[in-house]
Design a protein around this ligand. Structure first.
Ligand code: GLC
Length: 739
């Protein structure tokens, strides 16, 4: 990019204008560790809403070279707008622009080349295939519907989150390139000493985030782009899906079978065949003559229905959604002004422009029909947007609020705005905490929606890919995420299904889904052994619901992911940098599933400290260990001096029935705070919740109610201290006892 010589600078409050010969560059100091670097201050962001700056004192430490410092970062500016970020305290290089442009991405308008240390590792970047550490790989952010198996050489999947975390020599930073155009990342693949970024168009606009731990970077990023609000608690239960459960009786039988087999179930999905000829907002009356009746019967059994809603509107004269959208001018058009057509499930179809508020509001009106039938969540799919008759041309026009956008500018945010439309529609009409799932998204979509990783396959490499994917999504703000358990395409085997439910039973979204034409993969598909193991892990998930819900509570406060890679808590331990087959649930629980065919043992890496084997309560020191792991087991370890909470397992999650909390203490000194509310409404935002503080020290356990704003609460606590169990109740607001 052409800036040429640095001529002067001006400081206006927390903004530094750098005047270069060719164009200016602005440094906006948002917090002592967060700096925005942009060529223009008025760029429209689709991800960042209102930036809340904290007061930052900017010191000019040197004029030649020009250097500014905050309490945390020093920014050095050289000719050509080459920026270096260093630590204020020790002058260590955190991340610096290369002095010369590297050879790649020469024909892209926006180009940035950052120096890369030999030991540097990279994480995040939303949804990508392959392994956890992105070093030596390259990616193209362009939301893509790719039904072929996703492998590590795959450059584009469904989501575009131009944010990554770099870590080297104990220094941790994040960079968020807020540009929705097609973008390119090369993490030292072409040149191991360069991390290159480019975008096809738009402006240079990025946020540099520095902090002392990965959590601080994720917090900084989610301060900018938002967090997932607390979901309804049932969404943390088990979800069963299939493309498609074709009629009412199939769904009734499915639910009956879960109940008969004592496998908890909270959610059943209606995939595209519930519609009449795949026309959105219609119902196939032959297969679903009484959808409301079906949903209310399910609801009596504690099961919620989630319906798919795709963006493509079938072109059919007389079909009200098509006719209305056409009359109102709500669909994308060609540069000549004709409605743009492509092909998706319903055949020839058109694309609503969710970039426009009016269109989003119109869409929300359409959603009401489904909500009136009792549907409790909406699944947004095919919103890359997918197109079976070739890609949408770059110049297709999407009407927006401020201006009409070309497809090339908003392709990557189409799913984001569809999710926003859906979230806001549900919030206004249903009034409960909305449950939306989307396949395509952009940075910041976590404010509106849960995500899943699209069409994986029932192959072992996709089970292996699931852990890095979930870890990287969580580091990219998309904490509420999941993969299709069992795999979507291809035929699952007994062993693969078992290992998948074991590996995935703690994933934030826990959904089994499979494609039409593939082998069935409901829990009973194989044999009694499979069914029993499957039941065991779904039930294990339900036991941990209060712990998972606590993690969601923390996420909406500080952005912390639910599922974390080990490096998240142990960034100074290089043994954690490339772990692809273990993860942490919160800070306390380490899960090491078997993800290889035929394996009945595995090596587990335990980071710093002492860990308890969850099965035996036997203690292990940090380091590498080999454990047996038969087909029916998943290895789990609990960190010394910690507390885990759980609940009694029921057929489904009903917060009103949660009157018992299981408290498990590991070690001789531990503390935990547990959050509890109605699990459904927004009343918690007005203080309607409980917080229990639990601590254990000197052989005394103390439970006390720190915040009591909710009418219901726990009647009893089943306490297990290092294996010794006891039942207790609270006297008034607290209880202290020796176990
Ligand atoms: C897409 C989705 C998949 C869904 C299918 C039919 O392939 O990714 O989950 O089942 O469309 O709607």
């Amino acid at each position: 990019m052409n800036f040429s010589k640095l001529l002067s600078y001006e400081i206006d409050n927390q903004i530094v204008k750098l005047v270069f010969e060719k164009q200016p560059l602005y440094l906006t100091f948002i917090a002592p560790g967060v700096i925005r670097v942009s060529t223009n201050r008025q760029i429209k962001s689709h991800a960042v809403k209102d930036v809340k700056s904290t007061p930052v004192i900017i010191n000019v430490v040197s004029e030649e070279p020009l250097e500014f410092s905050t309490a945390l970062i020093k920014v050095r500016v050289n000719d050509g707008a080459k920026i270096s970020f260093l630590t204020t305290a020790t002058n260590d290089k955190i991340c610096c622009d290369c002095r010369e442009e590297a050879s790649l991405f020469k024909n892209k308008k926006i180009r940035i080349y950052k120096e890369t240390a030999p030991d540097e590792v990279f994480y995040g970047l939303g949804e990508t295939g392959g392994f956890f550490n992105k070093k030596h790989y390259s990616y193209i952010l362009w939301n893509t519907d790719n039904p072929d198996p996703h492998t590590e050489n795959n450059q584009s999947l469904y989501k575009s989150v131009p944010f990554y975390i770099g870590l080297h020599n104990g220094l941790i930073y994040g960079i968020f390139y807020d540009n929705p155009y097609k973008s390119y990342f090369d993490f030292g693949k072409t040149d191991p000493s360069v991390c290159a970024y480019a975008a096809a168009d738009g402006e240079l606009d990025y946020y540099f985030i520095y902090g002392d731990c990965i959590g601080a970077i994720v917090k900084g990023y989610t301060d900018l782009t938002g967090r997932t609000p607390l979901p309804q608690i049932w969404t943390l239960g088990y979800h069963q899906c299939r493309w498609s459960y074709r009629d009412e009786s199939e769904i009734r039988e499915l639910v009956a079978r879960f109940r008969k087999n004592a496998i908890p179930l909270d959610v059943v999905y209606l995939d595209i065949d519930y519609m009449d000829e795949y026309k959105v907002f219609t119902v196939n009356k032959t297969q679903f003559p009484d959808l409301s009746g079906l949903i209310s019967d399910l609801s009596r059994q504690g099961v919620k229905a989630v319906a798919i809603v795709d963006p493509g509107v079938k072109i059919e004269p007389g079909y009200p959604v098509y006719e209305a959208g056409k009359k109102l001018g709500y669909f994308a058009v060609t540069p000549a002004g004709a409605i743009y057509q492509n092909v998706v499930w319903p055949g020839p179809a058109v694309y609503p422009s969710f970039l426009k508020k009016e269109v989003r509001e119109w869409w929300q009106q359409q959603l009401r029909g489904l909500l009136d039938k009792g549907v409790r969540g909406i699944w947004n799919d095919m919103n890359e947007p997918a197109s079976f008759a070739g890609p949408l041309p770059d110049d297709v026009v999407f009407p927006g609020d401020e201006k009409d956008y070309q497809h090339r500018e908003v392709h990557n945010v189409y799913g984001h705005y569809m999710a926003q439309a859906t979230y806001e529609g549900l919030k206004e009409y249903d009034q409960r905490r909305p449950f939306v799932i989307t396949r395509a998204c952009y940075a910041g979509s976590q404010k509106y929606s849960t995500v899943w990783t699209g069409d994986n396959h029932s192959i072992w490499s996709h089970l292996q890919m699931a852990i890095p994917q979930i870890c990287n999504l969580g580091l990219s703000g998309l904490a509420f995420c999941g993969v299709d358990i069992g795999g979507f395409g291809s035929d699952v085997t007994k062993e693969l299904l078992i290992r998948w439910v074991e590996a995935g039973c703690f994933f934030p979204l826990f959904r089994n889904h499979s494609a039409s034409g593939t082998r069935r993969q409901e829990p009973w598909t194989f044999d009694r052994e499979t069914l029993e193991i499957y039941r065991r892990y779904v039930r294990l998930r339900y036991r941990f619901i209060p712990y998972l819900y606590d993690l969601f509570y923390h996420h909406q406060k500080d952005g912390s992911p639910i599922i974390r890679p080990l490096v998240y808590h142990y960034p100074n331990d290089i043994n954690t940098y490339d772990i692809n087959d273990q993860y942490l649930v919160g800070a306390t629980l380490l899960v090491a599933p078997v993800v290889e065919v035929g394996k009945r043992n595995r090596i587990v890496y335990l980071p710093e400290g002492i860990w308890y084997d969850y099965r035996t309560r036997k203690k292990y020191q940090s380091g590498y260990h080999i454990f047996d792991c038969p087909l029916d087991e998943v290895l789990m370890f609990v960190k010394n001096n910690s507390i885990l909470v759980g609940t009694l397992v029921a057929d489904y999650i009903d917060p009103a029935q949660h009157d018992t909390l299981i408290v498990e203490v590991y070690g001789d000194k531990a503390q935990y705070s547990h959050y509890y509310d109605d699990g459904v409404s927004f009343a918690y935002q007005n203080g309607d919740y409980q917080i229990y503080d639990i601590s254990y020290q000197n052989e005394f356990l103390e439970i006390s109610l720190r915040h009591s704003g909710h009418s219901a609460g726990y009647r009893r606590f089943i306490v297990n201290i290092n294996g010794k169990e006891k039942e207790v109740t609270l006297n008034g607001g607290s209880r202290r006892l020796k176990i």
